[in-house]
Design a protein around this ligand. Structure first.
Ligand SMILES: CC(C)(COP(=O)(O)OP(=O)(O)OC[C@H]1O[C@@H](n2cnc3c(N)ncnc32)[C@H](O)[C@@H]1OP(=O)(O)O)[C@@H](O)C(=O)NCCC(=O)NCCS
Length: 173
């Protein structure tokens, strides 16, 4: 919800903010945006009933995204997602967390993370919040933030074709 005194506000993804959100994701995650996990497909699909059915069929029964916007000019400066996987009934998964480089260091990453965590806790039907991240230097700040939040690494594996490790993190809800 918009609040005049806050520099940023967080709102659900919508047709209105979709294009700006995708532009931000393409800038922050150039490598992942070209691969099989393209945010375009997932973000757009959540906004219509046919898309949500498609996600369910692909094994993601629940998917939701939020964007952070600059209170002064309305620019999209952050994103976060929360989803469930058909093959994991223990957890909510976080995804596509990012903050525009120009807006970093102002606790927005933390605010977006908590927005997703609050939703997971409110829904109340899973034991863990999980996410995966990587040792890509582009994601180094995220490791410090996740450590600070208490999201512990519980599994590591090689990320095919990148030379980086994929780190799986979780916290009990
Ligand atoms: C990770 C990211 C979302 C953090 O956004 P942010 O708004 O700058 O983060 P915050 O200001 O909320 O910082 C939260 C904590 O993270 C840590 N942190 C964030 N940026 C840091 C940096 N550059 N160096 C060291 N610690 C950092 C700090 O512990 C900070 O807590 P503090 O303010 O009490 O010191 C942002 O850097 C980003 O978009 N990175 C690229 C995309 C990415 O890695 N996404 C996650 C993929 S899984």
């Amino acid at each position: 919800m918009k609040h005049e005194l806050e520099p940023f506000y967080i709102e659900p993804l919508s047709w209105k903010n979709l294009r700006s959100a995708l532009n931000l994701l393409n800038r922050v995650f150039p490598r992942e945006s070209q691969g099989g996990e393209r945010p375009f497909v997932f973000f757009t699909a959540t906004l219509c009933s046919v898309g949500r059915l498609l996600l369910k069929w692909k094994g993601y029964p629940f998917v939701s995204y939020w964007v952070a916007r600059d209170s002064e000019n309305g620019a999209v400066v952050g994103t976060v997602g929360l989803y469930t996987k058909a093959d994991d009934d223990e957890a909510y998964w976080g995804g596509w967390m990012c903050v525009d480089p120009k807006a970093r260091g102002k606790s927005l990453g933390m605010a977006l993370s908590y927005r997703a965590m609050v939703e997971a806790t409110k829904r109340g039907d899973r034991k863990y919040a999980r996410l995966y991240t990587s040792t890509d230097p582009n994601e180094a700040a995220a490791q410090i933030m996740y450590d600070q939040m208490g999201l512990e690494v519980y599994r590591e594996e090689d990320e095919p074709g990148t030379g980086y490790k994929r780190l799986y993190r979780q916290i009990e809800l």
